[in-house]
Design a protein around this ligand. Structure first.
Ligand SMILES: [Cu+2]
Length: 288
C-alpha cells in the first residue's frame, strides 16, 4: 500500500515523515477493508430484502441481540484506541525531544495572501514587533529601535532553513485562519489569529537544485509553502517557497541578509564588529 501511495506522494524530507506515511498507508488499508466489507453487506441486503421476496413490510424487525453486542464491542474498541494509543501518541507528537544545541527557530505570520517570515538573526532573539508599525515595507511590524531587532531578518514567501536542525516554526496569523503546509516535511498546521503555535520537524534532506525557486516552476518540482485552508478570494495565490540548505550554505546566506539590514557602523565600532560576528557566523567574512 505504501509503495502504491508513494506514486503520488512528494519526496519525504523530514525525520518524522516515514511515520506519517506509514499511518497514511494503515488508514488506507482500514478504509479499503471497510469499503469492501460494507459494499458486500449492501449487496447482501439488497438481495435479502428485495421486494419480490418480501411483498409485505415486517413490523417486528430484528429480534436477536447481536447488533447490540456488536455496537458495545465497537464502542469498547474505540475507547481503547483513543485512550491507550491516540492520546499517548499525541502527547509524544506535541512535546518532542529537541536537541538544545541544534535548534532553529523562525516565526511565520500568515496574512491574506502571503507568508511573512521573521528570523531572529545572530543574537537568537526575536526583536519586538508592533501592530502600529505594520506597513507594506514592514509587514511584520518589526521595531528596529529594539536592540534585539537590529539584526533580525524578514522575508516574504521564502523560508530558508538549515539541514539537520531541530526546526521550530512559531506560527500565527494576522487576519483569518490559514494552514501552513510543507508537503515534503509532512507538516500541516492551521495558523490561527491570536495564537502562537509551535511546530516542530527536522529536515533530513537539502532541497535539490531543480526544486529551488524560480526554475522549479517549469519542472513543477518546487518545494512550496501551500496554504491548505480556504482563506479568501486570493487563497489560490497564497503560495510561498521554502528551501532546506546545507548548514554552511545557510550560514553564508544568513550572514548576507544580516549584513544587508544592519545599519552602517561608525568606524570605531566597525573595528569590533567582525570579531564579534565571526564567532556566530563563520560566513560573515568581508561583510563589513
Ligand atoms: Cu491562506
Amino acid at each position: 500500500m505504501l509503495g502504491f501511495l508513494q506514486n503520488w506522494l512528494p519526496v519525504n524530507a523530514s525525520q518524522h515523515g516515514p511515520m506519517i506515511d506509514q499511518m497514511n498507508a494503515l488508514v488506507h488499508w482500514l478504509m479499503l477493508v471497510l469499503f469492501v466489507g460494507w459494499g458486500l453487506y449492501f449487496l447482501y441486503v439488497l438481495f435479502r430484502f428485495r421486494a419480490a421476496a418480501n411483498p409485505r413490510a415486517s413490523y417486528v424487525g430484528a429480534k436477536s441481540h447481536v447488533s447490540q453486542y456488536v455496537e458495545i464491542g465497537v464502542a469498547v474498541v474505540e475507547v481503547v484506541i483513543l485512550v491507550f494509543f491516540a492520546i499517548p501518541a499525541w502527547a509524544v507528537w506535541v512535546d518532542p525531544v529537541i536537541d538544545p544545541d541544534n535548534t532553529f527557530e523562525v516565526r511565520v505570520v500568515a496574512e491574506q495572501f502571503a507568508w511573512n517570515v521573521h528570523y531572529p538573526g545572530p543574537d537568537g532573539v526575536f526583536g519586538a514587533t508592533e501592530l502600529d508599525l505594520i506597513s507594506p515595507t514592514n509587514p511584520m511590524g518589526l521595531d528596529r529601535s529594539d536592540p534585539y531587532a537590529v539584526d533580525d531578518v524578514t522575508a516574504i514567501n521564502q523560508l530558508n532553513m538549515p539541514l539537520g536542525a531541530d526546526v521550530t516554526v512559531l506560527l500565527s496569523s494576522k487576519d483569518v485562519i490559514h494552514s501552513f503546509a510543507l508537503p515534503q516535511m509532512r507538516v500541516k498546521q492551521d495558523a490561527i489569529p491570536g495564537l502562537l503555535i509551535p511546530l516542530h520537524f527536522k529536515p533530513i534532506m537539502a532541497t535539490p537544485t531543480e526544486a529551488r525557486f524560480p526554475a522549479c516552476n517549469a519542472d513543477k518540482t518546487c518545494w512550496e509553502i501551500a496554504c491548505a485552508q480556504l482563506c479568501g478570494l486570493g487563497h489560490y495565490r497564497m503560495r510561498g517557497f521554502y528551501t532546506v540548505m546545507e548548514a554552511d550554505e545557510f550560514d553564508v546566506w544568513m550572514a548576507e541578509q544580516v549584513a544587508a539590514v544592519m545599519p552602517a557602523q561608525p568606524p570605531a565600532e566597525a573595528a569590533d564588529a567582525p570579531a564579534e560576528d565571526g564567532e556566530v557566523q563563520p560566513g560573515d567574512d568581508g561583510a563589513h
